[in-house]
Design a protein around this ligand. Structure first.
Ligand SMILES: C[C@H](O)[C@H](O)[C@H]1CNC2=NC(N)=NC(=O)C2=N1
Length: 91
């Protein structure tokens, strides 16, 4: 998947709420009631990530899950990252 230009990134990001572009990453923190709910959310990510062959970088801190999307192969943001952000937002 090809790297997006900065204008493509801006236009894609404008279609997403609650995600921020930070350098070569698309980032969002989700907050839950407790750790179990946070882990449930992480488990829900597994199937769409496997289906897309595109995997988020995750960090979990008690009831918060930070999701970072970047295309490691391409070395930056691609269409796959924005598609996965939309998929995750819709869970
Ligand atoms: C072979 C396999 O498709 C690749 O290793 C995929 C797997 N998942 C991936 N996920 C992400 N976020 N970036 C990648 O470059 C990537 N590469």
């Amino acid at each position: 998947m090809a790297l997006l230009s900065s204008s493509e990134i801006q236009s894609q990001a404008s279609q997403l709420s609650d995600w921020t572009v930070e350098g070569k990453e698309l980032k969002r923190t989700f907050k839950f009631k407790d750790f179990v709910q946070a882990i449930n959310f992480v488990n829900q990510l597994v199937e769409p990530a496997e289906a897309a062959g595109h995997h988020p970088d995750l960090s979990i801190s008690y009831n918060k899950v930070t999701v970072i999307l970047t295309s490691h192969d391409a070395g930056g943001l691609t269409e796959s990252d924005f598609e996965m952000a939309k998929t995750i937002s819709a869970l």
